[in-house]
Design a protein. Sequence first.
Lengths: 501, 418, 423
Amino acid sequence: MKPARATGRPMNSLLLLGAALLGSVMPSLVAQETSGSKSSDAKTADAKKDEAKKADPEPKWFAVVGGDVHTGTGGLLRGATVLAKDGVIESVGYSTDLPEGTEVLSARGLQVYPGLVAISASLAVSQGSRFLAEDDLHMRCCVDFGKNGHLHEGPLDAELDLLLADQAGLVDAQSDLRDAYDPFSSSLLMTLAVGITSAEQSGGALKLKRGEIDGVVMRERFLSSFTWTSASSGKTQLREKFAAAARYLREKREWDVRKDKVKDLPEPSKKGIEQKILSVLDGSARAKFNANDRDDLLGIARLAQEFGFRPVIEGCVEGWIVAEELGRAGAYAIVYPRQRRDKDENLVRAGGSSIENAAILHAHGVQVAIGPASNGIDLGGITGRDLLHLTVDADFAVRGGMTDAAALAGITTVPARILGIDHRVGTLEKGKDCDVIVTDGDVLHYETLVQYTVVAGKIAYDKQKELLFAHIRPRTPGDGKTSNSSGDSAPASAESQPPQR
Amino acid sequence: MVTRSCLSLLLLLAAGCASTPERASSSGLAAPGFKPRALRAGETGVALQCSKIFAMDEHDHIFAPGTVLVRNGKIEYVGPRRAAPAGYEVHAFEQGWALPGMVDLHSHVQGTFDINDMVLPINAELRASPAYVPGNTSLDRARAAGVTTLLGIPGSGTSISGFGVLHKTKDTPLYDTAVIADPGAMKVAQSYNPERSADFGSTRAGLGWLLREANERAIAANEAGVVDPRLENLQKVHARELPVLIHCAGSDGVGKAVNMWKGEYDTRCVVSHGCFDAFKIAPYVVRMQVPMNHGPRTIDFRVSREGRFVGTAGEYLEAGARDFSLNTDAPVVPQEELFLQGTVSARYGADSYSMLRGLTIHPARSIGLGDRLGSLEPGKDADIGVFNGDPIDPRTRCELVLIDGVVEYSRTRDGQLF
Amino acid sequence: MLLTTLLLSIPTPADPPLPSLYALRVGRAETIAHGTIEHAVVLIEAGKIVTVGQDLEVERGIPVIELPGATLLPGLVDCYSRLGLDSDGSSGFEPQAKASVELYPDQKIWAEILELGVTTLGLYPAGSGIPGQGFVVKPHGATREEMLLRDPSYLLVHMRSDPGSKKFLRDGLEKADDYDEKEKKNVEKWDKDQEKKGAKKDDKKEEKKEEAKSFDPSPPQDKAKKERKGYVPSEPDEKAKPFVELRQDKLRALCTLSKAADYLHLLDVLREETFEFDLRVFLRDDVDFHHVMDKFGEKKLRIAMDPRITLQPNTRRERSYAMELAAAGGKPVFVPRTDSINGLKDWLRHVGEVVGAGLDRQVALRAVTLEPAQLLGLGDRLGSLEPGKDANFVLYDGDPLEVSTRILAVILEGELVHGEIDQ
């Protein structure tokens, strides 16, 4: 019973499949893109050859060939090729003219998508599960496990395996995420195995490279956390701080213009102005709030509109009630589709969580990113609600009425925008990083497993070569393989094997 | 040798079932001589016109498209499309997949959660029903997800924590109208959780003795033909009048539980959880013919330590488990996400049609309600969920839920609760 | 001459002492440098090995100790220990700290260590980050001076995948950069001063300038010194000094790692640095050093590790990193699993387990003798049976890697320090 899977099934119409998988694809658009990239490909291929000769050192070419390419820009190119040079996409289309020495990954019969972008990811591994109900008081009897610790919920220190080392003891607050990156960690491999190639970390964005630490930080501290308090004094204070910062910026601009003309014009004082707010107002950072109540959401929307910035609102549980206002404020929302909150029965108006939240916000122009039900990797056995199941949460957004395409955008392009890395990741386009996942079906279908994950033009994960999922619906030979590797038909082997003894 | 061939036969059977579920039948399911007739005064009738109907009967009938006719709360016809008789309330779905209402045998969301009196380790006289609060939001959402029957049981903090209540998720302020059976089943917890700081019985050794002692007393009372008021319900368990659900996990715990409750006492037992590395003794559970009610953990990575994500449901099925069902241990997994246990199990290797069985007919049969619930067959309770697609695809919405033939949830009428 | 085995367990030095010149004739000798020699004869004079060979004729008059049932091994070298030291040590960034200030000779533990065949002990500074410099002792002697073999031995650098420990190392190297920069200026100034003194001709001056330009701080300064007679380099800041010395090859570094990523981060800090370093990796289940084994092998690194078989992360698959390292071209060094007397007692048994699991026997023996001696900078003096080296021996009544084998005697610099030998 594979009702919703559209893969591998021969479809005589490209447009039909596009529509089936992406829902909102405009047929003409697909056709245009297809033909457009064909011609440009031919040109670039020639140009590339020349470049290859000149360039030093030799560029590294990589291509994913023959898969159905979901570009993320609304196009579906059946049996197309994604060609990358030194980790950056050179073309997406029907070029058959691959430069000499191109490493080819055959995706024939498979689906090709942009790598997923995980927002609110800690990438920490835990052995327990986070519960979703907001009011967890009633959990006491159910999670009260044995004293001998067999069933502790929550991370077991000894087994904690972090992608990033514990930063509690940091000497330098300015330290680089790069310095703590573990490109061999098993949590990284698991994250790649579900198709996530970029992840938020401390308000910045990491490129999940395997085996190397260079270039793993795409952006640092772009998201700036703000606390929105429900208390009116707190709100007033925050507004005043924004007002002061805005005033300063105005005066500074004025001063910049006039200082040459007027002698001894005093420079406006920065005293008492929060740098954090200045960064938000001048666009070098994005303000992120964590808010769920309707009133708080409205307050944030008003603040944002007054001072002209686009807020990121995490949680946004009652956003569906004020979706229009949030849309007008140009808000980004980070929604956890399964987050539950019961309506306050004392209120007459609407309240509480709604499974339709993501869909309603999206319909009102809010950019909706979908976050994982819990931000780490849960190896405790209660599955389907952690970072490894980001697509399941996207599925729940669809359940609430979102289109598949919008839900997919919620785990690719929108989080990329929120993190300020959309010029590099989120879609498959020329000039973007070659972060590609190859799947055996519709990426949002529950039986679909990632077959290959490519990060910056390198295969970082091959399902049949790692123990994790190799035993589940093993890929049949010819389902896709790398042309210059012979190991594809070999049985699953974990990492590199210890020598025979 | 004999057991092995039996096993492989079972395997063959299981495989056969799994590979040919999509058999459509030309004639529908109905009582002999059934003829649709108009409603009489005082009668109710509902007709569901669906694009696909999973009967979940023993022949795995699937009707696409098909019709379900419900009269006075009971199913009277399931089969190919036919017109509704006069007077029937008709619900027609262009994209509507009908599935028997889902059954969860391990649930704790009935109400106030005062379900584990953790003073004494053996509480054969306690019941979960006093903690029941009809119409709580967890039950509302569960109903809106097509979950229609729950076994609400005491917690696992004590070894015999009492008796659970079997009930439907009806939207009713009255407890009595929702209850199927109270007591519904005894809850026993063996291994891990009940091993806590009681004076006596804080170890498996102590608990084992206490449990055995209580059981022996109940059996002795049965043999003497007397009723011990402190063990009345436990006596019923040993008289096979009531089923018993045993919380146990790990290959060690499951092995002992099966050995005691089936091998030694031969009760109507259901093993609940069976998580961690318990899948490794699945063949034993199968051989002892003990139903497995699996969850909330449905994968194992850490305990078996094979470097792979083991979908444990798939392992049980592969071992030939017959009455294999899934649970949520709600609220550990939210009650409404019962289907998701099937989703992830299918993701990790189990056959997706078997997962539908594990959500409907298998749990019903395991708890002794196979003649009344779990499949769409004439004469059974009309507990039916209609979905706009594959019921275990999280993208799919639940459109309509009937319980005892009454529309207890309609997405268009009530708004999408889940 | 006969061996008495009855009183072996009594840890009293033999009496009378061995003569200054004597020969040992044993059933088997593990030379480490040249493999196993059956019926070996070792000639010892004044605490040093004179010669080693099979069935050598011994000159008349030289006493020969006959031990036909014994197996001779160079004294064991434990290069990473805190035994006998008790301070909490420094932590953070204390590269100048010397662990040797903690050395206290009058302790029973030294004799216990010696009795277990460990004739050389590399001791390291306690603490985290870059806690200081280690030193080497022989566990025997009444005074610090008698015990000390080398001080310092290595600069200890705990490298972890976190910004903190990377910063420590970066800071240290930056300090060395600053010093080198300063020295370069000093040299230029000195040259100019010399020029001013008018002792040089024009063409010579040109030469000097050229030289000053190409002055490279990394190679030893001896050259510069020679050519600039009378020039005295400035003394580096105490925290910069160890790093300056690393670059001048006066000091080695021992970097500890707990997972594969730590090595990438170490390389990330070192970048163009060319000084030599050894590694100490901590082996427990779920370590992932196989990811960088090729990189270890490429550099032919010497790596101290626990003699144990570990499990590959998240699996029950066994890995033998010592074997993998040897295969990749690196040099394994074994350190007892626990840093205690019991750890030393089990040491060779654990090494035996790794050999049982496939590690080459010679590689294993080398990993408890010559390689740790090299790591401590004493490879020319210790760790193998070669002429000129210290006469440090352990005599066993069988295969040293067998569980049932016992130590017959321990000889330190030609002296019998444990066991009894009937001369």
